[in-house]
Design a protein around this ligand. Structure first.
Ligand code: FBP
Length: 701
């Protein structure tokens, strides 16, 4: 841009109010969000709240948890109750000036800012002298004493907004004595009374250990259930739901569902693609299940369902042979690819060479052979790291080096008779998988020892197998595009041929609405052979143009577009549900700490019911812990909740699978959830998975 032109543009930008409004980063939606005041649960309308311990809910406590967390293991579930006219002593205690720290831990989840806003508002209401410090960049901020003091200006800027931008987040774990010492020092320096940790299963595990460690220092630790994965759900040992879902799940699921439903619209308009949608959810398939309900995509895989699979044919055979066949339990990658192909082939048979498939990113965790690799490699890497000065990934930076190390392990087990977890069979199987997938499986684990599924192109692994098998089916003549009988008739008549005479020669189901070419007709050559054999043409004749056209139309093509839904949904501004839920979690966290609780997780009971029935509670974290393999050793961690294949909601999805596959003539059953709503009523205002489970519970009495 040259001189005068540039000046004119600069003038427009600086002086023209309409231009300024258009290019401003503060738009109407942003202002409306910031100004919106989330509804608060009835108890919070009181000036003060107290806690009521209850013995109503019982947990099965792991003996390791008893040993490691003795001071918080007997905590009880606590109801937050309103109290309007407390005595002076209570009032003084409740309102005594406090320094409170707050930190985000793990991946972002929509609603996080509202947890902070809720805590901040409650703290300032209790005593304007209360101070809230936000630790920067996750738990590292505690260890390194990096923080900002939160003020009205900061809080107001982020109300009802997505992301964790206010103080950022990180995945560090406070897992060494030194980090613990530094964290305590930070608490001491800031004179902290309480620390609120907003995080997932691993971060709440961290919260429990910190609570134990700081118990005698009188620093209270409160956890808040966050993760889009939806795998922090709490039930007591009788199955009573105490926390139906973590905040952030609803928004992320709706955001994915909105985009995926747009793909349903696209693929049924320009009917040429299968859209393959990998959706986040490190292990559990809750997000995929919710997306299935929201969109009715043609195929949705649910990891937990695959793990549950049993091959009845193999079991029967094993029974007859009198030897157990362990391979009959759980699904293999190959088998899964066959199941997917079946759906693709059946849709093609009714002319639908398109569709939408949803694959949860953690699906590999539920495939036997891959799970074995993950566990073995976790152990190998952990063992290597514990016996060497530099770590596995630094010593073996490229794939070939890592493979060479595995080869050496296999050789040692073969030739030297040394027991290693990696034998020749493992090595052979591992060498059969594509390099990008090997690389994925060998990738560095996160700080909590979790396998990083988001980094593995699961869809690519599966689609590679699917494409190979579809080619085999095509060669065998089992995979064909169905031709509409109407179209066939019109086309053949245009060539002055008799469709009724030709039909039985070409198709195996002449008379049906969609015609499938005979399996023996797989090429122009075999087409001609069929026509000659039935005396439609002579050997020396050319195949009539219209017949060849029909033949070409019967050859299917499987064209894919691959999408990954994860970070986008995680960064979405929160839905109305998550705004209100997260804000009330913040208020609950304050009630817990103002009443002296520690080692508790703020939660809202009855989340699956209408808002008026929501009940803020504190759930003891320690009793929720169990033992899990992490970095090759057994660790005490908060138990993740995976999809319950016996839940009404999963059963409903299973029942409707065939309908949503849409392998019949006519329109698909796609559903459009629409974009995320911030205010107003709609069917999608809370997770549909909840709604269905709740209705089923009510209707069964
Ligand atoms: P949290 O459990 O920490 O909330 O994170 C969940 C998640 O979004 C998963 O769905 C995903 O697998 C993972 O984080 C991605 O991690 P990263 O942000 O490190 O790529």
């Amino acid at each position: 841009m040259q001189g005068e032109d540039r000046i004119k543009i600069a003038h427009l930008i600086e002086k023209n109010p309409i231009v300024q409004k258009v290019i401003s980063n503060v738009n109407h939606e942003l202002v409306a969000r910031r100004e919106n005041k989330p509804s608060v649960c009835k108890v919070f309308l009181n000036e003060y709240t107290k806690l009521k311990d209850t013995d109503e809910f019982i947990f099965e406590i792991h003996k390791e948890a008893k040993k490691s967390l003795p001071d918080i293991i007997w905590n009880k579930v606590q109801f937050v109750e309103g109290i309007s006219s407390p005595d002076v002593h209570f009032r003084e205690k409740y309102s005594s000036p406090r320094n409170i720290g707050i930190v985000f831990s793990g991946g972002p989840a929509p609603g996080g800012h509202n947890v902070i806003a809720g805590l901040y508002d409650a703290a300032k209401k209790a005593n304007p002298e209360n101070r809230v410090f936000g630790f920067l960049l996750g738990p590292d901020g505690i260890v390194e004493n990096e923080y900002v003091e939160l003020t009205d200006i900061v809080i107001d800027k982020y109300r009802n907004l997505g992301g964790f931008g206010m103080i950022k987040t990180g995945r560090a774990k406070i897992d060494t004595k030194e980090k613990m010492r530094l964290s305590k020092e930070t608490c001491r320096k800031l004179n902290l009374d309480a620390l609120v940790i907003i995080g997932g299963d691993d971060s709440n595990t961290n919260a429990a250990f910190l609570a134990q460690e700081m118990y005698k220092d009188d620093v209270q630790i409160i956890g808040v259930p966050k993760t889009i994965d939806g795998d922090i759900q709490v039930r007591d040992s009788k199955g009573t739901v105490l926390c139906a879902i973590s905040f952030g799940f609803h928004t992320a699921a709706l955001s994915f569902a909105n985009s995926i439903s747009n793909l349903c619209t696209d693929c049924s308009s320009d009917i040429k693609y299968w859209h393959i949608c990998r959706v986040m959810g490190r292990v559990a398939s809750h997000l995929a299940l919710e997306v299935a309900l929201q969109t009715h995509a043609n195929i949705t895989l649910i990891g937990e369902d695959l793990a549950n699979y049993t091959d009845s044919r193999r079991i029967e055979k094993a029974k007859k042979d009198g030897t157990p066949d362990y391979t009959a339990y759980g699904m293999t990658l190959r088998h899964l690819s066959r199941v997917i192909c079946d759906g693709i082939v059946r849709r093609a048979a009714v002319g639908k060479n398109y569709g939408v498939m949803v694959i949860p990113e953690g699906i590999l965790e539920f495939i036997n052979e891959i799970q074995v690799f993950i566990i073995k490699l976790n152990t190998i890497i952990a063992q290597y790291n514990s016996t060497h000065d530099t770590d596995f990934h630094t010593n073996f930076p490229i794939l070939e080096d890592k493979l060479e190390y595995l080869r050496r392990l296999a050789k040692a087990s073969r030739e030297e008779g040394i027991f290693t977890i990696w034998n020749t069979r493992d090595d052979d199987l591992f060498n059969d998988i594509p390099a990008f997938f090997q690389e994925g499986l060998l990738m560095e684990r996160d700080s909590h020892g979790n396998f990083q599924f988001s980094q593995v192109e699961t869809d690519k692994v599966l689609m590679g197998l699917v494409k190979d098998y579809l080619n085999i089916l095509k060669e065998k003549g089992h995979y064909k595009t169905g031709i509409s009988k109407l179209y066939y008739g019109k086309t053949i008549e245009k060539g002055k041929l008799n469709p009724e005479m030709l039909g039985p020669v070409l198709f195996k189901n002449y008379g049906d609405e969609f015609l499938i070419m005979k399996e023996t007709i797989t090429s122009v050559k075999t087409l001609k052979q069929a026509l000659v054999r039935d005396n439609i043409i002579q050997e020396s004749d050319k195949i009539p143009e219209e017949v060849e056209k029909i033949f070409k139309k019967s050859i299917p093509s499987f064209k894919t577009q691959v999408h990954f839904y994860g970070y986008d949904g995680r960064g979405n501004d929160p839905s109305g549900f998550d705004c209100v839920y997260a804000y009330n979690l913040g208020l609950t966290a304050f009630s817990l700490l103002a009443n002296g609780a520690t080692g508790q997780m703020a939660a809202i009971k009855n989340l699956e019911k209408e808002f008026e029935k929501w009940e803020p509670i504190g759930i003891p974290i320690a009793p929720l812990m169990h033992i899990e393999e992490r970095k090759g050793k057994l660790d005490l961690v908060l138990e993740k909740t995976i999809v319950d294949v016996n839940s009404p909601c999963f059963k409903i999805v299973k029942e409707l699978r065939e309908k949503w596959l849409g392998a019949v003539a006519g329109e698909d059953d796609y559903r459009r959830p629409g974009p995320i709503r911030f205010v107003g009523k709609c069917e999608e205002e809370r997770p549909l998975t909840f709604v269905l489970n709740e209705i089923a519970k009510r209707s069964s009495g």
